[in-house]
Ligand binder design. Structure first.
Ligand code: ADP
Ligand code: MG
Length: 293
């Protein structure tokens, strides 16, 4: 298990080397790739009014994600995955510990960070392009400029021609694409994704995964991705963090170490994928008595 190391690279040091050499290697390894997201000893409890010792929902969360990495987070429902993500994006503050994003302590919503949820949260009274523009409009960007970005992002998300449609005129998959276009329109460096595809049918989901994976790869975005779909975790990510049941903590960190992170449809077909999914099932005790939540 490597999750207790606060710096990601520590897990890469060679245990056979003398300590002095190993620590030198660590310093050298840290330099080229910046840590973009870091949790240091984070816990969170939700005390009710007047309550002093509320139980922790998540505890001892310590991990880091390098710039450009895509990391999935899996764990039983209710273990605190969304809580963790909400702390990353500044919506919740930790009870103890520190969350750092892009070198700064997170104390509220962070610029350059975008969030995407299972629900598309499109505004039914706005056209698709106006939905995509909403964040830019709030940020005060002039109309022509934001319209150009919306058009570009809708094109990238395969929705060219649907700019003037309203959300109700689109299928669930298309609405989720529009939500992705809206997320990307803000040009975030860091994406927090909370089960964005879990409401979609299996085939639509695979197509959207493909688009997302390409975009994350081509634009070198850093992403933390919650999913309960173990195959999705393997198909999309560089690493997988596995959480225990509540109080949630990270019990395992798995390097996916497979090619084609930009092509999940092909990655799914690799012979290594099945055994990796099997390992995740074991860690989550899928199929064992008492494992259903
Ligand atoms: N704002 C909140 N107030 C009180 N309890 C909360 C709040 N947010 C989450 N929780 C509690 O934290 C626990 C974990 O929830 P959540 O992070 O949504 O889990 P997951 O996403 O892994 O299913 C749940 O028991 C939930 O009731
Ligand atoms: Mg959740």
């Amino acid at each position: 298990m490597t999750t207790t190391s606060p710096m990601y690279v520590v897990s890469e040091s060679d245990g056979n080397q003398p300590a002095a050499t190993a620590s030198k290697a660590r310093v050298a390894d840290v330099t080229p790739t910046r840590v973009e997201i870091e949790f240091r000893g984070v816990s969170k409890a939700f005390p009710r009014k007047g309550q002093k010792d509320a139980p922790a929902v998540v505890k001892d969360l310590t991990f880091s994600i390098r710039k450009g990495e895509v990391v999935s987070l899996i764990g039983p429902s209710g273990c605190g995955k969304s809580t963790l993500l909400n702390m990353g994006s500044g919506l919740y503050s930790p009870t103890t510990g520190t969350v750092m994003v892009a070198g700064q302590e997170v104390k509220g919503p962070v610029k350059k960070v975008a969030f995407m949820l299972q629900k598309d949260l499109l505004m039914p009274w706005r056209t698709i392009e106006k939905n995509v523009e909403v964040g830019l409009e709030i940020a005060g960007m002039p109309k022509a400029e934001r319209r150009a970005i919306a058009t570009e992002m809708l094109g990238k998300c395969h929705l060219a021609g649907f700019e003037k449609h309203y959300p109700f005129q689109l299928s669930g998959g298309m609405r989720q694409r529009a939500a992705l276009a809206r997320t990307l329109a803000m040009k975030p460096d860091v994406l927090f994704l909370d089960e964005p595809f879990s409401a979609l049918d299996a085939q639509t989901k695979m197509v959207l995964q493909q688009d997302l994976a390409r975009t994350l790869y081509n634009e070198q975005k850093t992403a933390l991705f919650i999913t309960h779909d173990l195959a999705e975790a393997v198909a999309l990510s560089d690493r997988i963090l596995v959480m225990s049941a509540r109080p949630g903590t990270i019990i395992e960190e798995i390097d996916v170490n497979l090619p084609m992170r930009d092509n999940p449809l092909e990655r799914r077909k690799l012979p290594e994928t099945g055994p990796l999914i099997g390992r995740l099932m074991e860690l989550l005790h899928v199929g064992e008595e008492g494992s259903m939540h």
